[in-house]
Design a protein around this ligand. Structure first.
Ligand SMILES: NC(=O)c1ccc[n+]([C@@H]2O[C@H](COP(=O)([O-])OP(=O)(O)OC[C@H]3O[C@@H](n4cnc5c(N)ncnc54)[C@H](OP(=O)(O)O)[C@@H]3O)[C@@H](O)[C@H]2O)c1
Length: 259
């Protein structure tokens, strides 16, 4: 079987301007055209320059916390005829729920919950149709987090949003069993990116993983497993629960009647 990582024609990576998203863009082979999104126009231009010599790279500057931004990304992805969707953009303000501005909590839900939900709902049907027509496989990677498995004080809304991402992706993978699409929920632990400084937490945790490692492991896992928990300790501790969750989703897929 051709490896999904090397067979994607065109990938949308949300949050491609830094960290894990940028690492996905750099890890994909030059045979994969790239549609990169984020708010940082200068970073998008730099990446298009770096990665665009041997393939097509397009960028969309858009804020996924807004309806207009999400619509712009959906439209661009439809035009780009993607066969790999990487829902990676994410944010998470650090602090107690009651002392975090409501606006920041709303933005977290928009970027981490609504954007992956709308992108998958909107883009997967045509990705699957194209894959069927071309006798190929499409791919979906949703970047969740270790925090999806736990309630996390001071990252409560973030952790809840990542639990949504994990649950949605697991159920979607079960619903789409037998269709030509590989689906992976990616649950990394602390990774050395802009996330910790941007969240207000401060510097990266000692021992944080490199984003390139996370992206390469995810691309290698796509098509081989449905959930990838990555981290020195949690990778071992949470892999069992992840396997149980996937098996439960698959069982429920057979048991819950279709309406
Ligand atoms: N770093 C970790 O420890 C860790 C662990 C587990 C999971 N994750 C997840 O990994 C994903 C990537 O995060 P990262 O660690 O690579 O952090 P990062 O370096 O801060 O990257 C976050 C990306 O999301 C984009 N983004 C954030 N808010 C956005 C908005 N409103 N509209 C559009 N794009 C937006 C950013 O682009 P712009 O700034 O250009 O808008 C940036 O490209 C996130 O989903 C995060 O939850 C991270």
């Amino acid at each position: 079987m051709a490896h999904p990582r090397t067979s994607a024609h065109a990938a949308l990576i949300t949050g491609g301007t830094s960290g894990i998203g940028e690492a996905f863009a750099r890890a994909l082979p030059t045979t994969t055209n790239l549609l990169l999104t984020g708010r940082d126009e200068a970073a998008l231009a730099r990446l298009a320059g770096d990665l665009g010599e041997e393939r097509r790279v397009e960028t969309v500057t858009a804020d996924l916390a807004t309806e207009d931004g999400l619509e712009a990304v959906c439209r661009a992805a439809e035009r780009f005829s993607i066969d790999l969707l990487v829902c990676n953009a994410g944010m998470g303000p650090f602090g107690d729920v009651l002392s975090t501005p409501e606006e920041d909590l709303r933005a977290t839900v928009s970027v981490n919950v609504m954007a992956p939900l709308v992108l998958t709902r909107r883009l997967l049907p045509s990705m699957i149709t194209r894959a069927e027509a071309d006798a190929r496989r499409a791919g979906l990677i949703v970047v969740s987090s270790n925090t999806a498995f736990l309630p996390v004080p001071r990252l409560a809304v973030y952790a809840a949003s990542k639990a949504f991402d994990l649950s949605l992706t697991e159920a979607l993978a079960a619903e789409l069993t037998g269709r030509p699409i590989d689906i992976l929920a990616l649950c990394p632990t602390a990774t050395r990116t802009q996330f910790a400084p941007r969240s207000g937490y401060g510097s990266n945790l000692p021992g944080a993983q490199e984003p390139g490692h996370v992206a390469r492991r995810a691309l290698a896992a796509l098509g081989r497993q449905r959930t990838l928990v990555l981290g020195p300790v949690t990778g071992t501790v949470l892999t069992g629960p992840a396997l149980v969750r996937a098996a439960v989703a698959q069982t429920l897929q057979a048991l819950v009647p279709r309406r």
